[in-house]
Ligand binder design. Sequence first.
Ligand SMILES: [Zn+2]
Length: 234
Amino acid sequence: MDGHELRRTLAVHDRIARIYQDDRFPAGYRGAGDLRMFAITVVWVAGIERLASNGDVWPRVYEILGLNDWRFWRLIEQDVPRYEPPGDLLYGRQCEAPMIRKPGLCGKRGCTWFRVTDPSDGTWRIASYCTRHEALAAQVHAAQIRQAKAGGVPEPFPNAGGLLPSYFGWDWPKSYAIAKPGWKPPAAGIRADDWPALAKVAEMAPPTLSVLAGEREGEAAPRPSGLPSLRLLT
Ligand SMILES: [Zn+2]
């Protein structure tokens, strides 16, 4: 191992350590559905194993994680850059009508739900009202419809997904669109590192793209077919 290889190996270990510590990865997945383990495996195979074998990355990643094409694309779908509203969407929603004679909210179980959008930044949440407050719900809902018709509400910054592009290069816009048909890249970009809501690790220099040593020019990975080879971000 020469000095160049050693530095590369250390850089891969450093990257894996950063993935372990990155608390933006979703919790609660196990095994083949774990996005963090997927990222670590890709970086390991592309950065370490591939140097030795000069083989293709994806078949080995599939083998290590027990993936098939369906599971692979569900992993990528987990990481699609998007805005997610706060809280559970429908379950356990309580009526948010203000009480008239005492401070606080009604709190009864909601039976009407709709989106309420903040026109200043485009973020939205689900509002809920109980049967007793149907009239208020109708008013708020009508105001929301007027606001939407008037236009000019900005696209909300994404606050979920976009983690994998922070760690390895791929044709992400194309891949995300395959994983989630109809998805469009957010104006803020596809990397969580570039979004204000998730911006962190300020001490880390922004990665730039580089071709991994040993990668053959124009080589097509056998799976997923037709997509370009992986690059490590260094
Ligand atoms: Zn109520």
